[in-house]
Design a protein around this ligand. Structure first.
Ligand code: ATP
Ligand code: MG
Length: 571
């Protein structure tokens, strides 16, 4: 069964009409010329040290997208070289999130840790070729010897060991004879290289840590840089697509492939996705979770795929964001309004309309019979005729929004005020005759009358009533908790930490507002976790997993106002 999440909500048929980005242009050129014998093999290579965030979605859409478009395959490979930070929980979550986004790696699930034997053999080969040596500098000394961007490094005193000695020491490193951190295996490249990555990088470290897959088999672990490129080579990847920060690593990856004389994928870099008011760093997201700034990885304020999902974002909207952002070589920051625009476009077409009152004000219709319940016809989605209609009960006592009444309204306020008439959507025209206040002077009840001739909302005499407001029946409504969200950070770029500040100083104290008792139309009693709705006039909402039998919790995904679309129209 296909999940409703994966409907092709957005205009993806126009995809072919979109112009090719520079990577697709390259891939097309190479497939046309037969460069890779017609093969297109990409990979998405996460480190399983956290949950995926919105930035990863760009890489996922690019790698899986290219494979789909060119009839190739995309591997899911976990670059799991750091056992102290990696967990099975993250692997499971990453897989689920990729599937939720609508992509499938089929049989092609790989782990760099499955290549540990091969990588070890290759390390021995590098030693035999005189291209790697065992070094005994401490971490601090290694940094000192490395030099800086403006100064060349110095050769390690262990650099010129004999091949035999290196082979012996490396073998004994593996056998567990030495303490953690006491020795490393390093490539012998060039300590004066202007590219710091080429200054005899560490290939192996001694680390007694249990790996989530290889257990305690190894006490030496290969470094990420030594692993990543060769893993691509082993998998016969054609196009290794990396974010820009790996541009400086490419010469090193190439050096390994050339030194080992093995299959050579081609690396191309593209710009990361950055969204304002949002973090795209697993380390920082982990800190938010661990320090309790948010309720978990799936907190609807988090920029994780989980967070967006729980908030009510659809996979299609996230894919559409990635399309709209495109693939380029320059780093920029994308306005979060663009993502909000994408989800509104999707939900506008696909979300059922319902009525809900978040800040209730009671309305008593004095001339309406006490026990009468009328079932009014309401349109489920004006954008989609096939969505049909539903019944909404109308009764003598209703709730409307507090904001829809003013004791002393200005002329242009087309909602309720003393003596004013308004249309209740799908209901009747009502007129406010009086109101009741509590001891503090708050208006707590409106006394109104309805015009029985106006069922459905139109006056037979043709009189104009400008305002239309939403409502729910007080006796028939379901109650619900509603959670409203704002940006998690007060600053556009929370990662840019001003002197003496850290990014958590920029957390928005008002990012979550919980309204414990709202009223929603009774049709929502049937709603399931994950269902999405437009609450008329209020925004798009999604049923939260905290809901249980008889208690509904909604997250506001996004409000109705589309400031991004507005900006575009002004241009
Ligand atoms: P983080 O900085 O959050 O830890 P990472 O790059 O270390 O991210 P990986 O698990 O290594 O995380 O990422 C897997 C893939 O996703 C890599 O190919 C990486 O380049 C890509 N990626 C990570 N962040 C982004 C981003 N913001 N935009 C596009 N691609 C990204
Ligand atoms: Mg990384």
């Amino acid at each position: 069964m296909s999940s409703p999440d994966n409907n092709e909500a957005l205009n993806e048929d126009s995809e072919s009409a979109r112009s090719l980005d520079f990577i697709r242009t390259k891939v097309k050129g190479e497939t046309d010329s037969g460069k890779w014998d017609g093969r297109v093999v990409t990979r998405f290579p996460p480190e399983p040290n956290g949950y995926l965030h919105i930035g990863h979605a760009k890489s996922i859409c690019l790698n899986f997208g290219i494979a789909q478009e060119f009839g190739g395959t995309c591997h899911l490979r976990f670059d799991d070289t750091n056992p102290t930070k990696e967990e099975q929980e993250y692997i499971d979550a990453i897989k689920e999130d990729i599937q939720w986004l609508g992509f499938d790696w089929g049989e092609n699930e790989f782990y760099a840790s499955d290549y540990f034997n091969q990588l070890y053999e290759w390390a021995i080969e590098l030693i035999k070729k005189g291209k790697a040596y065992v070094c005994e500098l401490t971490g601090e000394q290694t940094r000192e010897y490395r030099g800086t961007l403006t100064e060349p490094g110095k050769n390690s005193p262990y650099r010129d060991r004999s091949i035999e000695e290196n082979l012996d020491l490396f073998e004994r490193m593996k056998a567990g004879e030495f303490e953690d951190g006491s020795k490393t295996l390093r490539a012998k490249i060039d300590m004066a290289s202007p590219n710091m990555n080429m200054r005899d990088p560490v290939l192996y470290r001694i680390l007694r840590a249990t790996h989530h897959r290889s257990g305690d088999k190894w006490c030496i672990y290969p470094m990420y840089d030594y692993t990543h490129g060769q893993s691509d080579s082993i998998e016969k990847i054609t196009h290794s697509l990396c974010t820009l920060e790996f541009e400086n690593h490419r010469p090193l990856y190439n050096w390994f492939l050339d030194a080992l004389e093995i299959y050579h994928p081609e690396q191309t870099e593209f710009a990361r996705l950055n969204l304002n008011y949002t973090l795209t760093s697993k380390r920082k997201l982990l800190q938010l979770v661990e320090d309790g700034h948010v309720a978990g990885w799936d907190d609807p304020r988090m920029s994780t795929i989980r967070g967006f999902r729980r908030r009510g974002y659809t996979p299609a909207s996230i894919r559409e964001l990635c399309h709209k952002v495109g693939v380029a070589k320059f780093n920029g920051v994308t306005d979060i309004k663009l993502l909000e625009h994408c989800i509104r476009e999707d939900l506008n077409k696909n979300a059922q309309r319902v009525m809900a009152v978040l800040k209730p004000l009671k309305v008593v219709i004095e001339n309406y019979p006490e026990d009468q319940v009328e079932q009014m016809d309401a349109v489920n989605n004006p954008e989609d005729d096939s969505a049909g209609t539903r019944k909404v009960p109308f009764t003598r006592e209703l709730y409307i929004e507090q904001d829809d009444f003013m004791e002393d309204p200005p002329k242009k306020f087309f909602r309720l005020g003393p003596g004013r008439e308004v249309r209740l959507r799908y209901g009747y025209l009502i007129t406010c005759n009086d109101f009741v206040k509590d001891d503090q002077g708050n208006v707590i009840e409106l006394r109104c009358s309805y015009d029985p001739e106006t069922r459905g909302g139109n006056a037979p005499d043709g009189r104009k009533v400008k305002g239309t407001i939403h409502w729910v029946s007080a006796s028939e409504a379901a109650t619900a908790e509603v959670r409203l969200y704002d940006h998690l950070f007060t600053k556009e770029n929370p990662s840019k930490e001003k002197k003496g500040k850290v990014f958590t100083d920029y957390i928005n104290p008002d990012s979550l507002e919980v309204i414990e008792q709202c009223f929603v139309e009774p049709s929502l009693k049937e709603a399931n976790v994950g269902d999405r709705f437009q609450f008329e006039r209020l925004g798009y909402f999604c049923v939260d997993p905290d809901s249980s039998d008889g208690s509904l919790v909604f997250n506001r995904t996004v409000s109705l106002k589309d400031s991004w679309a507005k900006m575009q129209n002004k241009k």
